[in-house]
Design a protein around this ligand. Structure first.
Ligand code: ADP
Length: 594
């Protein structure tokens, strides 16, 4: 193996050892002929995942360039995109052809900028859409001299997000137009309090990064209202990140866009072409057709089955036609064919069946192919995994969850959860965001729509399961670590309770001063206030009023750090208030405890 590749492996060794599952990667390496069965057995005989990973790397270091390339490819195929990117720049040049197939157009600098800004990586199997990408880049170049908006619009699942991420994966574009960086924000359908939380976390990210570069700049407390958040963002973009690009992914509502109307450079993806009408500044747009060109869709299928597009069986074109070129559907079918390479006719037939009737059918988008593909992918899961996948029906759209949340939901060990998730990712039934540690997982909106339709009658019991599993795991009190898992529960426990119709439990949770204290400490008061409004209809009106009054009087205090003494604050409520009653009890308890 050449020196650069070996050195890169050594440098990345600890990250690789920490994350990879050797057993998944070795299958690919054996089929590439760079690993023997005996070598695989020796590695498999190691007792733990980490030791297997270390043994594989040790062996790899003694092998040639081809082995490095095969290992890199295996990482890409098994969705370890971020780890693959560590090795990317040291890929040995075997032939010009080989270099071409590995290149993702990004330099180390581009990768660093995009990763810092949270721009998603390419999907595991990816085809380029050069004409479209160039159209977006051309519009982005117009933002070189002045702020403005570029709207990428098209149907759900047409590949807008992938396209937006691809458009900025370009050295010249970033250095010439956006030297201040590229910052990605996933939006989706959200209410004002969720929007506030998203902007808060964007501001936090920006401030933190700018503090790393300039330790004299200070971190502020999170902005408490949307107006304040907008001003904070305006300041950050103007002063600390001039000439940077904000990518707002999947915007539904023009009111959301108004929060970003701060004279900066924005690329947004949306299904609604007219959204940017409500904001000021220069505007341009790019339409994304709902499906890929036939050749591109065939290329995806070929990549999944490791073949050349010209050598695909005759059914391939018909499959692409039935999928209407939808990249999401083609990816689902491609993943199935990778596992069952002799089922071309079978999956074509499956797609041609029109078994599913959507109740809420969009006028412009035909979901039949997606429904068929989803059903076929779910069908090939083992029975156990199928049940676990159905549990994901309860996730909210556009929300990414860490594996730990699923470990609570499924009551499985983290390693078992990893195996299950890997199976779903391999089948394109689930996507992984590798920019975060721990990794976050999510489904495409259309997949969640499908699951919700499929499990309409069981929704209540699925949500009940989430609540019961949470209660079992956290019987001693809620998590307080402030990590992604903890945030998930504070954000969504009330949602699951409401959907499960567990009204009594929802009331006792929301009418508990302890819950209010911990949630406010972890997330700030905005979300709490929103919960009382959102579930107002099912909560006791009088007690709800007590809590809302307490929060509206003390919201600004609850944003302060160090965090104030909530019992003290609550003791200034009128003595008829439930908030006061609980605070008094706690104060008395404190006194007796000394
Ligand atoms: P949208 O944002 O329009 O809803 P996405 O960009 O999220 O759509 O794409 C949906 C899915 O389609 C992706 O998760 C990916 O699996 C697949 N996909 C999209 N574009 C491509 C592409 N260029 N190459 C391969 N797969 C793609």
């Amino acid at each position: 193996m050449e020196e650069g590749a070996r050195s890169c492996l050594l440098q990345s060794r600890s990250s690789l050892e920490q994350d990879i599952r050797a057993s998944y990667l070795m299958d690919h390496m054996i089929s590439d002929g760079v690993l023997t069965g005996d070598e695989e057995d020796r590695i498999r005989s190691k007792p733990t995942r980490k030791e297997q990973a270390a043994a594989l790397l040790e062996l790899l270091l003694r092998k040639d360039n081809q082995a490095y390339i095969s290992f890199y490819n295996a990482l890409v195929r098994e969705s370890y995109g971020d780890l693959a990117s560590l090795l990317h720049n040291s890929l040995p040049l075997v032939s010009p052809e080989a270099e071409k197939s590995f290149s993702d157009g990004g330099t180390r600098y581009v990768q660093a900028v995009l990763s810092e800004g949270g721009v998603p990586q390419r999907p595991v199997v990816f085809v380029s859409r050069p004409a479209l990408v160039n159209r977006v880049r051309e519009k982005l170049y117009r933002l070189q001299k002045e702020p403005g908006w570029v709207t990428v619009f098209g149907m759900a699942g047409s590949g807008k997000s992938v396209l937006a991420a691809e458009a900025v994966r370009d050295h010249a574009l970033i250095t010439e137009c956006f030297p201040g960086g590229v910052h990605w924000l996933s939006i989706g359908q959200l209410d004002r309090s969720d929007l506030l939380v998203r902007i808060q976390s964007l501001c936090f990210r920006l401030e933190q990064q700018s503090q790393e570069k300039d330790p004299s700049s200070s971190l502020h407390r999170p902005p408490g209202s949307l107006e304040e958040a907008k001003e904070r963002l305006r300041f950050l973009m103007l002063r600390r990140y001039p000439r940077s690009l904000l990518i707002l992914d999947d915007i539904w509502d023009s009111s959301v866009l108004k929060a970003f109307d701060i004279q900066c450079r924005v690329l947004l993806t949306t299904r609604d072409r007219s959204l940017a009408d409500c904001v000021s500044g220069s505007k341009s747009e790019v339409a994304v057709e709902s499906g890929l060109e036939e050749d591109q869709a065939l290329e995806i299928l070929a990549l999944y089955v490791n073949g050349k597009p010209q050598r695909l069986p005759e059914q391939a074109r018909s499959i692409v036609r039935e999928c209407k070129g939808s990249p999401l559907v083609v990816s689902l079918i491609g993943a199935l064919l990778r596992e069952f390479p002799d089922r071309w006719a079978y999956y074509l037939h499956t797609l041609q069946q029109k078994k599913f009737k959507r109740i809420r059918k969009s006028s412009s988008y035909d979901y039949d192919a997606l429904d068929q593909a989803m059903a076929a992918s779910i069908q090939v899961l083992s029975e156990e995994h199928r049940e676990l996948y159905i549990d994901l029906t309860v996730l909210e759209k556009d929300v990414k969850v860490p594996a730990k949340v699923l470990s609570v939901l499924w009551d499985l060990e983290p390693e078992e959860v990893e195996d299950v998730l890997q199976d779903f990712v391999n089948k394109s039934l689930l996507f992984r965001d590798c920019h975060h540690r721990p990794y976050l997982y999510y489904l495409h909106d259309l997949q969640l729509d499908f699951l919700a339709e499929m499990n309409r009658s069981g929704l209540e019991s699925l949500h009940t399961k989430v609540v019961r599993q949470y209660q079992q795991r956290y019987s001693q009190g809620p998590p307080t670590s402030g990590d992604e898992e903890c945030l998930y529960w504070f954000r969504f426990l009330t949602y699951h309770m409401a959907k499960a119709n567990l009204t009594q439990e929802l009331c006792s949770l929301m009418f508990s001063l302890d819950w209010v204290r911990t949630k406010a400490q972890i997330m700030g008061p905005a979300h709490l206030i929103n919960d009382y409004v959102e579930y107002g209809a099912i909560l006791d009106k009088e007690v709800r009023g007590h809590f809302q009054e307490f929060l509206s009087l003390n919201g600004h205090q609850l944003e302060q750090r160090p965090f104030p003494d909530v019992v003290q604050l609550a003791l200034s409520q009128p003595d008829s208030s439930e908030v006061y009653r609980q605070a008094l009890l706690q104060a008395q308890e404190r006194a007796t405890r000394g």
